[in-house]
Design a binder for this molecule. Structure first.
Ligand code: UD1
Length: 418
């Protein structure tokens, strides 16, 4: 927890960086392997704190796991427990995703209420509403939430008030072993949902329509283990794209599915950033002289909330006034106080932040308030002449594989101090 990142900014980023497998895709995919009777092998799994937390949770449930060289092997035949303890669940909100598969497998699941990034209140009411539609009864006691069904889950029709990523995934997983057909309307359309559906289908499930707002799942009696390669992390790709733009240099970002980050590429181009799209890579060149722009975060295919804080660094350095409107999460503006300490000019008005561009930021000591805020501060620090120290960097290691090595490989002066 006392680790900090020390940056001496002002050096351009040059060379190639390879994007890792997607954190937000791999977490539900690992969890989905609970549904199988057999071994699953998942490739391109990023070596992140969140993956290790999940590994501990699944081991506690009885799974046999090895995780080496980005290959995650998991045998869930001996999973015999439907209760996930507070100790691990509290470390990561996404661990609530174990509920769907446990409920499908045992007709009951009990998990501690989740923790995770401190962004907003982040309820799980939509997940629970979905489980109810499949026949489960929900109860809350002593910090635990239980979903119990007297018999096998049955298919149901669920309309999500908001296209929640986690709720869509949890309900999709629970429905794979239910009797009959489930339809999720106003489902999330994120690429990570499609990746999960592909894995479930490889396990023998029947999930149709993933990637649209209506997903249909025809329940089956049994699922088997499967092999799967995780999609590249679109948020990590966007982060390096913005880093290349604001820090400068000539950066080749490899292993990217560019249509997954279309809104980010489009906005960067609006600001004057030079981006070349190749088959599976992107080249970003020093732009400077950024034009101000406005962004509004939205569910996919809108501008991703996970890119908002990193994008704001570019806005801090653009000519003119930019506005960010955050519609997905509350309290996702905590990094602005830290950016202000670096000389940014930002005013918060409700769900919007008004940013007046300045010619440069200046290095100082700042604190990562969450995962993406941490990435934003690192990038801001790399644009500054002088020294920046980023505290509470454990947040960053939850979501960016080898970020220090990757940036050093591109010529950045950045190191971890323990
Ligand atoms: C996932 C991502 C996260 C990303 C977010 C939105 C993972 C592991 N994390 O989080 O990085 O920022 O999608 O793209 O994939 N909500 C409710 N009730 C619910 C569930 C959600 O009100 O039952 C609200 C949340 O409070 C939030 C909004 O819906 O305001 C979006 O949340 P959701 O899409 O569920 O995000 P996560 O799955 O938690």
């Amino acid at each position: 927890m006392l680790e900090k990142i020390i940056i001496h900014g002002g050096k351009p980023l040059n060379g190639k960086v390879k994007i890792s497998g997607s954190k937000n895709a791999v977490l539900p995919i690992i969890v989905a392997s609970i549904l199988a009777e057999g071994e699953s092998v998942i490739y391109d799994v990023p070596d992140l704190t969140d993956v290790h937390i999940l590994k501990d949770i699944l081991k506690e449930l009885g799974a046999k796991i090895t995780f080496e060289n980005n290959v995650f092997r998991i045998d869930t035949r001996d999973v015999n427990c439907w209760e996930a303890s507070y100790e691990n669940i509290n470390k990561m909100r996404a661990s609530v995703l174990v509920m769907g598969p446990l409920l499908a497998k045992f007709n009951k699941a009990r998990v501690a209420m989740p923790g995770g990034c401190a962004i907003g209140t982040r309820p799980i009411d939509l997940h629970l509403k979905g489980f109810e539609s499949l026949g489960a009864k929900i109860s809350l006691e002593q910090g635990f939430v239980s979903a119990i069904s007297e018999e096998r889950l049955h298919g149901g029709k669920i309309y999500l008030d908001f296209p929640s990523v986690g709720a869509t995934e949890n309900i999709m997983m629970a429905a794979t072993l239910a009797e009959g057909t489930t339809v999720i309307e106003n489902a999330a359309e994120e690429p990570e949902i499609v990746d999960l559906a592909n894995f479930l289908n490889a396990m023998g499930a029947s999930v149709k329509g993933a990637g649209t707002n209506v997903i249909k799942i025809i329940g089956t009696d049994k699922l088997h283990g499967a092999e799967h390669t995780v999609i590249p992390d679109r948020i990590e790709a966007g982060t390096y794209l913005i880093a290349g733009a604001v820090i400068g240099g000539n950066l080749v970002i490899e292993n990217v599915i560019s249509h997954h980050i279309k809104p980010v590429i489009a906005k960067l181009r609006d600001c004057g950033v030079d981006i070349e799209e190749l088959d599976s890579s992107l080249i970003v060149r020093n732009a400077g002289n950024f034009k101000a722009t406005d962004i509004k975060t939205m569910p996919y295919p809108g501008f991703p909330t996970d890119m908002q804080s990193v994008f704001s660094v570019l806005m801090c350095l653009a000519k003119g006034t930019s506005i960010i409107t955050e519609t997905v999460f509350e309290n996702r503006f905590m990094h602005f106080d830290e950016l202000k300490r670096m000389g940014a000019v930002i005013k918060i008005e409700g769900k919007s932040a008004v940013i007046e561009g300045v010619p440069s930021l200046s290095g100082c000591q700042v604190k990562a308030t969450d995962l993406r805020a941490g990435a934003a501060l690192i990038i801001a620090g790399l644009t500054c002449e002088g020294k920046t120290e980023v505290l509470d960097v454990y947040h960053v290691f939850r979501g960016y594989e080898n970020i220090i090595d990757k940036l050093q490989g591109l010529g950045a002066d950045i190191r971890l101090e323990v």
